[in-house]
Design a protein. Structure first.
Length: 480
């Protein structure tokens, strides 16, 4: 057979394979799907900050919550699929506000790749029913995954896709485009808004003029801007009009002595924060400015815990969290070894916990002043933070920071929905809202660690089996 004929046949086969759309395999992961579902004898933590309700029955119909009532007085639902959930708690699905679709792959300079197969399943499996990607390295892939999930072709959370990073000169990774000035920033905003991105993220080396251009263009289109900043301090960004600041105190450069405008002082940031007194009038003024300008802060404590907190038996840096076998098992060998090697380099005498505690104290002070604190995991850093698992750890760390379990759950659910403008539909458990729910064994209101015992996650009234989803991606994180 001639070579040209073989090539033609090969191309035909390949093109045919690429053109085919394989059937969805979602059915094997569905545990509950019926026109009418009744969750009986369950504890309800509704996500609003209210006290838990005991022995309740929640009725789900057409993907929404039809009723919530004490089980003793709930009307009979003879045609409903009934789940007896005595000993279980129902919480609103989490709203992950710093939940990338990518993961660190190592290298120098560092590289990042999308986990388009494993991450959507893991987010949903661990109770995260809505995410904001908060920075993208392959934005078209994120947008297509969102469309596939929305159409039922893929399993995953509801997605709010953030455009590619808006970074200035000096990016530490080649996966980010470096802006050439304000005009380039405006072009980027308008291009990606036209493509379907619904938010934007400024990064560490952006200039004030570039950020101002981003904010102006995004706000013209009714879209919001967040930032992981360094070249610009928090108060400067708030005055420019930014809507959200990522990572809290850990990255605020404004307290670096003699900081130069539009320049990131890098390691000097942490050094300045270690010496910072949160009672300093400048800190209090910064908090007041953020609250007055309605700037939300995203707490991403897990990525900092994994990267710097020494191993301990209890509390922040706990071995059980940093070496979680369930999270390690979903990683491929290379990813697991890279993370464990990085963890071995963390000094047991590190003073990192001093900074960590100060950052959590800052988040409590921000909330006490009336600020909106939202939550995410940020699956970057040294590779120890995995979709879903990290979101649950974030809630636990908020409790370790001094919030009550009920407050921490609200921060991770309702507050995120409020920032997204979705709180009329999601973020809490109420009649008429989407049935986006997580069912956990135990009582997270008294033992926040019970939040990890997720068994069923409802999204739009369909209940997915958490463990089956997790098992389906064993060894895939770090590959796809």
């Amino acid at each position: 057979m001639k070579t040209t004929t073989i090539l033609f046949l090969l191309c035909t086969v390949v093109i045919g394979c690429l053109a085919q759309t394989p059937p969805s395999d979602r059915q094997q992961f569905i545990r509950v799907e019926a026109p009418l579902v009744a969750l009986t004898h369950v504890r309800v933590i509704d996500g609003t900050g209210a006290a838990p309700l005991e022995d309740q029955t929640i009725v789900i119909s057409d993907g929404k919550i039809q009723s919530i009532a004490p089980s003793a007085s709930a009307k009979g639902q003879s045609s409903a699929q009934i789940l007896d959930l005595k000993g279980y708690t129902v919480l609103p699905g989490l709203v992950g506000m710093h939940d990338h679709m990518f993961f660190p792959m190592g290298g120098s300079p560092p590289m990042y790749s999308n986990m388009g197969s494993s991450f959507p399943r893991l987010y949903l499996a661990l109770g995260v029913t809505t995410i904001r990607t908060t920075g993208s390295v392959v934005p078209f892939t994120d947008l297509e995954i969102k469309r596939l999930i929305d159409s039922g072709r893929m399993i995953g959370p509801k997605m709010h896709v953030t455009a590619p990073y808006l970074e200035g000169r000096g990016s530490f990774t080649p996966v980010m485009h470096e802006l050439t000035g304000p005009d380039d920033a405006r072009r980027m905003v308008n291009f990606w808004a036209d493509e379907g991105a619904t938010s934007f993220k400024a990064y560490m080396n952006i200039t004030r003029e570039e950020l101002r251009a981003v904010v102006e263009e995004a706000h013209k289109r009714g879209l919001k801007v967040t930032g992981h900043l360094c070249s610009i301090g928090f108060r400067e960004a708030a005055e420019i009009g930014i809507d959200n600041l990522e990572h809290g105190l850990f990255v605020d450069s404004e307290f670096v002595p003699d900081k130069k405008p539009d320049q990131c002082p890098a390691a000097a940031v942490s050094a300045s924060l270690r010496l910072l007194d949160l009672k300093n009038p400048a800190v209090q003024d910064m908090i007041r400015t953020l609250v007055a300008k309605n700037v939300a802060i995203t707490s991403t404590l897990p990525v900092f815990e994994a990267s710097g907190a020494p191993l301990a038996q209890n509390g922040i840096g706990a071995s059980s969290a940093l070496l979680n076998p369930r999270a390690l098992n979903v990683m491929n060998t290379d990813a697991r070894v890279r993370y464990l090697t990085a963890r071995a380099r963390v000094s047991s005498t590190s003073d990192y916990l001093t900074l960590f505690r100060k950052a959590t104290d800052f988040e409590r002070a921000f909330v006490a002043a009336g600020g909106l604190l939202i939550a995410g995991l940020d699956p970057t850093g040294n590779g120890g933070i995995v979709a879903g698992f990290g979101d649950l750890r974030e809630v636990e760390l908020l409790v370790e920071a001094g919030f009550t379990p009920i407050e921490a759950i609200k921060i991770a659910s309702f507050n995120g929905a409020k920032f997204l403008g979705e709180d009329a539909r999601i973020g809490s458990i109420a009649v008429g809202k989407q049935a986006d729910l997580m069912i956990v064994k135990g009582n997270p209101a008294t033992n926040i660690a019970d939040i990890e015992k997720v068994e069923i996650v409802f999204k739009d009234g369909v209940g997915y089996d958490s463990e089956k989803l997790i098992q389906s991606v064993q060894g895939l994180v770090g590959i796809r």
